[in-house]
Ligand binder design. Structure first.
Ligand code: HEC
Length: 314
């Protein structure tokens, strides 16, 4: 009647339930076990696997080196060393000559006689620095500085604002070698030149200390503190006074406590002192019983430590 064969005819489901291996065969089971073992291995060795799969990088040699800095005292670096204004060095004057030749001689002439090639057509003529007559601003250092700073209106002499103060002074010092010029006084430098043009106002630079030196300082400092705290601890150890005995009765490590005292507690007022003691006595080298000290007892310990510390330090 019904030709169609049902799947049930082919497969005995009841039999499969009893023996599921028949459906997949042993092969499937083996693959499953391999995957499972692989998974366990992977999870167990996750650290190693991830480390090994990280790309290797070459660390540049320089980055492992400490960049050492020089020891430098900070402060205000003068834009212009005022000493050079009064007592120019030969190098400073030589620098002035160089600048004069490159910037000023086209008008004022190589030797400052006002006969430079570019000056011929000018009216008024460029100043002859060898002559004392006819100066508009004047021949003093301050007045020449002003001429360079502002120029002379309506003439070929323009303002040389771009020249840094020390270059201007160097040029003036060179010009002054041509002939006699008014003597430079301290008053002129300070009250006129520096007051008006603020030459000595410079940029502030912070102190700078090499890393190694800073570390050495810390080590030295802590050695020094260790030495002090040991000596104070020793003193207290031998002291039979009631205050010393009270202190010793609550300390578990006297040296350590004195160390903390020197570094942190000696500068505290009484309230801060007690607060710090009570907050964490154990790590300060005290016994936990220290928190049960009365205010009077704390006060006498505080005064006692202050006295011993003062005596030992000075
Ligand atoms: C373009 C030409 C020119 C150049 C370049 C020049 N000067 Fe002058 N300078 C003049 C002239 C012109 C005068 C005369 C102005 C006057 O008599 O009023 C003068 C005058 C002066 C004076 C005298 C100011 C006074 O009190 O009478 C000084 C100082 C001076 N120059 C310095 C310099 C210096 C320093 C430089 C270079 C940085 C320089 N000059 C470059 C043309 C020039």
């Amino acid at each position: 009647m019904n030709d169609k064969r049902k799947i049930e005819d082919e497969i005995d489901f009841k039999d499969l339930l009893r023996d599921p291996i028949r459906l997949y065969g042993w092969f499937y089971l083996i693959v499953f076990v391999i995957i499972l073992l692989g998974g366990i291995y992977y999870v167990k060795h996750l650290d190693v696997i991830t480390i090994n799969s990280m790309p290797q990088v070459i660390i540049p040699v320089d980055s492992t080196k400490n960049i050492e800095v020089e020891l430098k005292k900070g402060g205000v670096k003068p834009a212009m060393d005022l000493d050079l204004v009064k007592n120019p060095t030969p190098e400073f004057i030589a620098k002035g000559k160089e600048l004069f030749v490159s910037t000023c001689s086209s008008c004022h002439g190589q030797d400052g006689k006002g006969n430079g090639p570019a000056g011929g057509a000018l009216n008024p003529k460029p100043r002859n620095f060898h002559s004392k007559d006819g100066w508009v601003n004047g021949r003093s250092l301050f007045e020449m500085y002003k001429s360079i700073n502002d120029g002379i209106k309506g003439t070929g002499m323009s303002a040389y604002e771009y020249l840094p103060p020390s270059d201007r002074i160097a040029i003036i010092q060179y010009i002054r070698t041509f002939t006699d010029f008014p003597k430079i006084t301290d008053e002129e430098i300070l009250m006129e030149l520096d007051f008006t043009y603020n030459l000595s106002a410079g940029t502030a630079t912070p102190n700078q200390i090499p890393v190694k030196m800073a570390l050495d300082n810390i080590v030295d400092e802590s050695k020094e503190i260790l030495k002090k705290s040991s000596s104070i601890a020793e003193f207290i150890e031998n002291d039979q006074s009631p205050e010393a005995s009270l202190l010793k009765s609550v300390t578990s490590n006297l040296k350590r406590f004195m160390n903390v005292y020197i570094v942190a507690l000696s500068k505290q007022d009484f309230d801060n002192f007690t607060q710090k003691l009570i907050y964490d006595p154990i790590s300060l080298g005290l016994k936990s019983s220290a928190i049960r000290l009365s205010k009077t007892q704390l006060r006498s310990i505080y005064t006692y430590l202050g006295k011993v510390y003062q005596r030992k330090i000075s």
